[in-house]
Ligand binder design. Sequence first.
Ligand SMILES: Cc1ncc(COP(=O)(O)O)c(C=O)c1O
Length: 426
Amino acid sequence: MEEQIQEQKAMNGTGIANVKFPMWPQFAEETFTDILEPLRSGKVNYWTGKKGMEFEAAWAKWIGAGMAISCMNGTAALHIAISSLGIGPGDEVIVPSYSFIASSFAVVQSGAIPVFCDVTDDHTIDPDLIEGLITPRTKGIVVVHLYGVVCDMGPILEIAKKRGLKVIEDSAQCFGGEYKGVKAGMVGDVGCFSFCQSKHFTTGGEGGMVVTNDEELGWECRSFRDHGYDVKARLNLLALEEKLNYIHNRVGFNFRMTELQSVIGINELKRLDSWNLARRFKYAKMYDQAFGGLKGIKKLPYNSTERKNAYWWYPIILDIDALDIRADQFVKALGAEGIPCYGIQWPEAYEEQAYRHLNGFGTAKFPFLSQEYTNPESVKYGSKPCPNAKRLRDVTFSVFLHPSWEPEHIERVIAGVKKVLSAHLK
Ligand SMILES: Cc1ncc(COP(=O)(O)O)c(C=O)c1O
């Protein structure tokens, strides 16, 4: 593949240095011709073309799911999953505070209330804290495999079973991670993926997928994704080449993916294991070997045979007592060396104005201020901090392991991190 180089200012966390690293994302070569097919045929919509269903079937096969439901982005995937499980107004869902905002906004979009849980030093939800957050309103737990680190699913599943809760896996950052040999997304009741620009791969900037082995739930997701249609009836009509009918079983949204996105997804999925993940795993080993035991570094990303990391990013916890700088200053220093890097990913969602001011929908600020739907105690967001997530803010930074990079780029990152570390050891 022809190496494409970009001026990579955006992801180095500082914007100071112009670094020549191969850009991410890059697309499979055949996509540049295949993408023209739906444009030429005019079959650019999920219901006129066949690529959407083909992508869903391929993703289902890859992950081992009974059903895969494509959609326009990862936030929509979470919204579809949560709402299709029947979670809505009056309900609470436990979510880690340390994640991209969509993990909790999707709960609100479903009409339910997010209750924030702290994380461990693995950057994932702390199973020991979940039971303490359960109220009579709790219906589910959103677990987030952040950075590709697979959550400690055993105790979470146990709690969910005991307390009758649904487990929604936010796998937006975890393609190909595994818990006890089962792919992330297939461990709980339903799994959600994002194909946004920066993810393991992208379907052209936006995209998402829901997966489940529960057939009834899968059909509900398909209906919710698609105006509440009776999708089974529509598929039958399509097979008979009859006019498509509009039967609306429920209130739904239009969260469909376009055929162009699906073409890109099909091609990226073909090389996900052989190229994308193979390179990520190889580069993670290079980082592990280089950084393991280094003075100034406290913890590398968790990985084990039970919880196999998918290495979206490579988050590092600094031993801040051994250094004279915090993680944000470390990111600036590394950026100045020309190394792409990033600070922590949003540790305290409850600090956002949307939660602090309970800025929900409409003048009623639904669902936060609807007394019949909300336990007022559960929405006192400012009063319930997550101390470990807060602490991780000052000590965590990430480097990347994009498959478009070559080992020499990983070596440059390693050299940069070592240089900054040694310059700031106390
Ligand atoms: C953990 C997590 N959840 C959900 C999402 C939402 O996905 P999208 O941006 O495709 O809506 C993202 C993506 O940014 C994410 O990182």
